[in-house]
Write a protein that binds this ligand. Structure first.
Ligand code: NAD
Length: 274
């Protein structure tokens, strides 16, 4: 019997998403993938995660070493180096899954590079539903996509945009709209908190038709995203109400699951709804 070759995964960023994925690999993804590398800008994070694995050689001391160790790079960082990680991975002819979607807006050069190198850039649907239908709907004329995101106050703790705007979270006692605007403005204001807007933009290919509204309240316990798209095909309405990832209140558990599911689809070669 010919054994199927498992793809080697290297994870950049050992936080909530990176850690959950790493721990899932030896269980749910073990037939198709193996963990070959962990890299974090804070070495102690990679070290702490490596305690779950017997092979300590998976800890890598540089992005370059990480990329060399694997077939697919998973970018799960919380700083603005995602473009660099995607670019270096593609240059080394590695596929790359990226969660920092906000940083892939206006990144045509990276999409061209992926094609040239024969590599895939995988973008999980994240914390929202309906990306499949939006991709189909945008093939005909449509008016707009509206995204209404609701997040608990803890999801905006120490947020620089709110500080700049003089919005004091402790003074918010009821449902309050803290942002309304375009995708570019949303991604600039909340770079690590609003990747879904960027995912919607890439899916519909008309960034300027996406309107974003962000609401918070002391009563909210979950992250939710309502999406509406109206066009020649009819109307799409979706809503996800997401459990917060225990390791990071800014991240929805569904986003972690969508990373795992994207990898499952990639290895199976069967793309349902994409
Ligand atoms: N696509 C989506 O729908 C979606 C949903 C949720 C979160 N996200 C994105 O995923 C990112 C990761 O989420 P998380 O909850 O795992 O974050 P996290 O804060 O728990 O972990 C991020 C990790 O990345 C590390 N890191 C930062 N810069 C690095 C670099 N240059 N190289 C290597 N490591 C680096 C940090 O030290 C940290 O350990 C978020 O910042 C957010 O942008 C996307």
């Amino acid at each position: 019997m010919v054994m199927k070759k498992r793809l080697r995964i290297g994870i950049v960023g050992c936080g909530a998403i990176g850690s959950r994925l790493a721990k899932t690999l030896p269980k749910d993804l073990k037939n198709d993938y193996m963990l070959s590398g962990l890299f974090d800008i804070l070495p102690q994070k990679a070290f702490a995660l490596s305690k779950y694995f017997s092979n300590k050689k998976i800890i890598k001391s540089s992005l370059k070493d990480l990329i060399q160790s694997c077939d697919i790079v998973v970018e799960a960082i919380n700083t603005n180096h995602a473009r660099e990680i995607v670019q270096e991975s593609l240059k080394a002819k590695k596929h790359v899954l990226t969660v920092s979607v906000g940083q892939l807006l206006n990144a045509q050069n990276l999409f061209k590079l992926a094609k040239k190198q024969g590599c895939k850039i995988l973008i999980p649907s994240g914390a929202i539903a309906g990306i499949d239908a939006i991709k189909a709907g945008q093939l005909v004329p449509f008016q707009k996509i509206t995204q209404i995101t609701r997040k608990p106050i803890t999801g905006f703790k120490n947020d620089p945009y709110l500080a700049k705007k003089g919005i004091n979270l402790s003074k918010i006692k009821k449902e309050t709209v803290i942002f309304q605007g375009s995708v570019d403005q949303a991604v600039k204001a909340f770079p690590r908190n609003i990747n879904v807007s960027a995912t919607l933009s890439l899916a519909c290919q008309h960034k300027n038709k996406v309107l974003v509204k962000i609401i918070t309240s002391p009563k909210y316990k979950e992250n939710s995203h309502e999406i509406e798209m109206i066009g020649a095909f009819g109307r799409i309405n979706t809503k996800t109400v997401n459990v917060i990832c225990p390791d990071n209140p800014k991240t929805s558990y569904l986003a972690v699951l969508s990373v795992i599911q994207t990898l499952k689809q990639f290895s199976s070669g069967v793309f349902v709804g994409t």
